[in-house]
Design a protein around this ligand. Structure first.
Ligand code: ARG
Length: 473
């Protein structure tokens, strides 16, 4: 048991209590952020004359050394310490003696952990953004190649109107684009540095909080020290955004599972992304899509769990907040894994264009267009709807499509039909006529694709400062 705060205690901590309280087993995950925070803090203490220049430089050098050793595996983060903060401080004292003991001047673990978590989440937010971007690129490629791949569009999982694969994929493009925008949004709202908030009421040292904020790539310091140590809104927002990502991935997975079924056969998932059955030799299961769908619950769970943890906590820091970590780490790793696998599965998936087109052909997806044809020739829409309903009934009985009927058969139901009905209800026309922006018509689709290409060519992260390189150089 190695802890920082034995001074006022007369008894050893009970071992069970110690284990219950300790967080090193999971907060070691942000060892890097913890040490970066310490480097910035110590640099600032030196600049302000709170530590001598030499003390500050020695501390910075030693933290960098410890960081390097941890990253190369020569120094193991030992679980005998209570948390990652205690571990780093103990290593410094071991190496620098009294100078090491000065690290924590003007700082509390409350603002320290608030900073570490924020730095970690900020980095993971950008990683999720990168993975979303990768997925968007895969989706856009499918869109570009399938402007003319006809398929049924569904409502209620019933064939509704013909669309194209590009159009269907475009819906997911919009969803994941919004997910990226959410990342960007959260980044700008969370990018303020809590370091210097102290335990809750700031400190009596003349810290330069603007300087540490700048060293760590923040837009500035947080403006209330009580809020600074106890705000986890950014994490709730992030988990909410991650839940939405999972909801989108789960819907997409559900479609892929349906499309991959023996009945649909719209797609074939690559062997590398499918699994077999231990008993049924013929099976090739869409396990990845099913797992992504399944793991969604786990990410929602993290969001609800943190919301619940936070709801009764008075200001300022309370130990309950330590519970933000394991669930967040699990949710983040889950989402990252799902995104990476999903992009791989999607980019290797084969689309059976013929099956898709045949399915659109024989599901009366052109019934609305047949009604529109009549409307354009003066038939009131409600009557047109009824006439085409009769046609559909006739076709179901004869087991044919509207396109298969002869003009005579059509005329028997309504004399308004002429030879040009066949062109009007052909799949190509049905899709092509949908030419307002956002619709599947070729011209509209091309405009949208150009806009999405333009969107993907810019990356908001490129404008961010390269603070980490600067800090660690
Ligand atoms: N492990 C703690 C957490 O994750 C660090 C802060 C500890 N502060 C304290 N006053 N005990 O929240």
């Amino acid at each position: 048991m190695a802890q920082l705060w034995g001074g006022r205690f007369t008894k050893e901590t009970d071992q069970l209590v110690y284990n219950f309280n300790a967080s090193i087993s999971f907060d070691k995950k942000f060892y890097r952020q913890d040490m970066e925070g310490s480097i910035a803090h110590v640099k600032m203490l030196g600049k302000q004359g709170i530590l001598t220049e030499q003390e500050s430089e020695e501390l910075v050098a030693a933290v960098k050394e410890i960081l390097k050793e941890v990253e190369t595996g020569t120094l193991e983060i030992s679980h005998e310490y209570e948390d990652i903060h205690s571990f780093v401080e103990a290593m410094l004292i071991e190496r620098l003696g009294d100078i090491g003991k000065k690290l924590h001047t003007g700082r509390s673990r409350n603002d320290q952990v608030a900073l570490d978590m924020r730095l970690y989440i900020r980095q993971e937010l950008m990683e999720v953004d990168r993975l979303l971007n990768e997925l968007l690129n895969v989706i856009l490629r499918i869109m570009e190649n399938n402007i003319n791949t006809f398929m049924p569009g569904f409502t209620h999982l019933q064939k509704a109107q013909p669309v194209t694969l590009a159009h269907h994929m475009g819906a997911y493009f919009e969803m994941f684009k919004r997910d990226r925008l959410r990342m960007q949004d959260i980044y700008h709202r969370m990018n303020y540095c809590p370091l210097g908030s102290g335990a809750l009421a700031g400190t009596t040292y003349h810290l330069d909080r603007y300087y540490t904020a700048e060293l760590l790539g923040f837009d500035g310091p947080t403006l209330n020290s009580m809020d600074g140590v106890s705000d986890r809104d950014y994490l709730i927002e992030y988990l909410s955004a991650l839940s939405t990502v999972m909801m989108h991935l789960s819907r997409f997975s559900e479609e892929i599972i349906i499309w991959n079924s023996n009945e649909y056969q719209f797609v074939e998932i690559d062997d590398a992304y499918s699994t077999g059955s231990s008993i049924m030799p013929q099976k090739k299961n869409p396990d990845i899509a099913e797992l992504v769908r399944g793991k969604t619950g786990r990410v929602y769970g993290a969001l609800i769990s943190l919301l619940t943890t936070m709801k009764g906590i008075p200001l300022a820091y309370n130990k309950d907040m330590q519970e933000d970590k394991e669930l967040a780490f699990d949710a983040i790793d889950t989402v990252k894994g799902c995104l990476a696998l999903f992009s791989g599965m999607l980019s290797t998936m084969k689309f059976n264009r013929d099956k898709m087109e045949a399915s659109a052909q024989n599901g009366f997806t052109n019934a609305t267009d047949a009604a529109d044809y009549l409307v354009n020739r003066g038939v009131p829409f409600r009557d047109a709807h009824g006439i085409v309903g009769q046609i559909v009934l006739y076709c179901i009985d004869k087991k044919i499509a509207i396109d298969d009927m002869s003009l005579e058969e059509l005329k028997k139901i309504s004399p308004v039909f002429e030879e040009d009905i066949f062109d009007a209800v052909s799949m190509k026309t049905c899709v092509e006529k949908r030419l307002t922006i956002g619709a599947p018509g070729q011209e509209a689709m091309k405009k949208v694709i150009a806009q999405e290409q333009e969107y993907l060519s810019q990356d908001w992260k490129k404008q961010l400062p390269d603070w980490e390189k600067e800090l660690l150089k």
